[in-house]
Design a protein around this ligand. Structure first.
Ligand code: UGA
Length: 435
């Protein structure tokens, strides 16, 4: 089985590498020459634990290669995965499908023999139909089927998510494509991951429904965190108390500064747009989007109140910039909104992140970056944990207290407890737990 993966971004690179690890021959294609050159030299363009080693071993085994030549890859392939980006379209929030359709056009001319073309990118309902139409128009005699196979991996846990998925969703109608997809995923369903065959449109909707539901679940617990603060309850105990009910489930009930990243914000918005276009609004998701947008900025109020009501001229040290740990991804990170809101109120910001600072430099102004938590905490009036990197889970509070102007910790990820911090002389604020 020869697999071509078009687009060597997060999803394309991880999927292609894991397919190679299953034993398939995989050709990863990308237009960006420098990216392909780096990959050929064993350099990975993103930070993802375990990926570099897996790329290396599969390249050495001769199963994984990288190229900018789409035509050759398509000609050889039995299966082609389209894994290009579908960012928010500027102005209206719809998913921008121009990269997907451009890939379809390029693929069309070079198809050779029966080929299964799979959309792995997150695409709105009906995109598979359009991909099929484009290819048919350009190459009327081509023998192909278009399948939807959304990806559910998370950044930071991408390889284990890909290799041990809760399920694999395949939107397919023809038997030939169904048997090819069964072959592609054989190692996984042998490992008991269910293969769920549905219609193509259903599969496309499942991806958005899944992300929207998770975004809604996080937003639900975030609102309950605010309510817990107001009534003197503990949101972590509320989450545990409801999460042990199997119908609810305990995952994605960690209250925090709001969800960010390259997926939830853009996918919830795209679902809202699709639903509006079909005069079938998804009001829970509309509300989820607006609550989350407001929440990210409003976290600055916690910091302001923790330093006595005014941040003007005070140094605030921010720990964690990426939208979650174990990634260098800064897209829609809550840290960006919080920093901006604090700067608007006159705060001076210093910040540290183990992997995100390279990207952050391009996104924020007037921030002093440091090399460690201790470095940025010097003379600060508050330390604010925005992202729960492991490096911040065992801070030396005695050392921090000596260096800070005032020992205040605002823990937006609830990784500490009031008592353990108070014994070092720190005042403590968190999310949804009694202060
Ligand atoms: C998300 C989904 O979890 C994946 O299943 C999906 O494949 C991916 O989007 C995608 O569509 O490509 P990801 O964005 O990598 O994955 O990260 P998550 O772990 O889902 O976290 C998203 C955001 O929610 C982060 O900002 C995180 O801090 C926040 N979050 C998550 C919470 O605030 N509380 C939680 O309990 C869980």
């Amino acid at each position: 089985m020869v697999i071509a993966v078009i687009g060597s971004g997060y999803v394309g690179l991880v999927s292609g590498t894991c397919f190679a690890d299953f034993g398939h021959e995989v050709i990863c294609v990308d237009k960006a020459k420098d990216k392909i050159e780096k990959l050929r030299n064993g350099q990975i363009p993103i930070y993802e634990p375990g990926l570099e080693e897996l790329v290396d071993s599969n390249v050495k085994a001769g199963r994984l290669s990288f190229t900018t030549e789409l035509t050759d890859a398509v000609r050889k392939a039995d299966v082609i995965f389209i894994a290009v980006g579908t960012p928010s379209r500027r102005g209206d929030g719809h998913a921008d499908l121009s990269y997907v359709y451009a890939a379809a056009e390029e693929i069309a001319a070079s198809l050779d023999g029966f080929t299964v073309i799979v959309t792995k990118s997150t695409v709105p309902v009906g995109t598979g139909d359009e991909v099929e139409r484009i290819i048919r128009e350009i190459n009327p005699n081509a023998d192909f089927e278009v399948v939807s196979n959304p990806e559910f991996l998370r950044e930071g846990a991408a390889i284990s998510d890909f290799k041990r998925p809760d399920r694999i969703v395949v939107g397919v109608s023809g038997d030939r494509a169904k048997s090819v997809m069964t072959e592609v995923y054989r190692p996984l369903y042998l490992n008991q991951s269910p293969l769920v065959f549905v219609s193509r449109r259903t599969s496309e909707l499942i991806k958005y429904a899944g992300n929207a539901f998770l975004a809604m679940k996080i937003t639900f617990i975030n609102e309950l965190a605010d309510l817990s603060e107001a009534v003197g309850a503990d949101v972590q105990d509320v989450a545990r108390g409801i999460g042990l009910d199997n119908r609810i489930g305990s995952k994605f009930l960690n209250a925090g500064p709001g969800y960010g990243g390259s997926c939830f914000p853009k996918d919830t918005l795209a679902l809202v747009k699709t639903a509006q276009d079909h005069a079938s609004p998804v009001r829970l998701i509309e509300t989820t989007c607006s609550i989350n947008d407001q929440r990210k900025r409003s976290m600055s109020k916690k910091v302001i109140s923790a330093v006595g009501g005014d941040v003007r001229g005070k140094k605030i040290a921010v720990l964690g910039l990426t939208f979650k740990p174990n990634t260098d991804d800064m897209r829609d990170s809550p840290a960006l909104s919080i920093i901006q809101a604090l700067q608007d109120k006159g705060a001076e910001i210093s910040a540290y992140d183990p992997e995100g600072m390279k990207a952050a430099v391009e996104l924020v102004d007037n921030v002093t970056f440091g090399n460690s938590a201790y470095d940025v905490a010097k003379d600060a009036h508050a330390l604010v944990i925005v992202t729960e990197w492991n490096a911040f889970r065992a801070l030396d509070f005695s050392r921090l207290k000596e260096d800070m102007a005032v020992p205040v910790l605002v823990d937006l990820r609830n990784i500490y407890g009031k008592d353990e911090v108070a014994k070092h002389g720190f005042s403590y604020m968190c999310v949804g737990r009694p202060d």
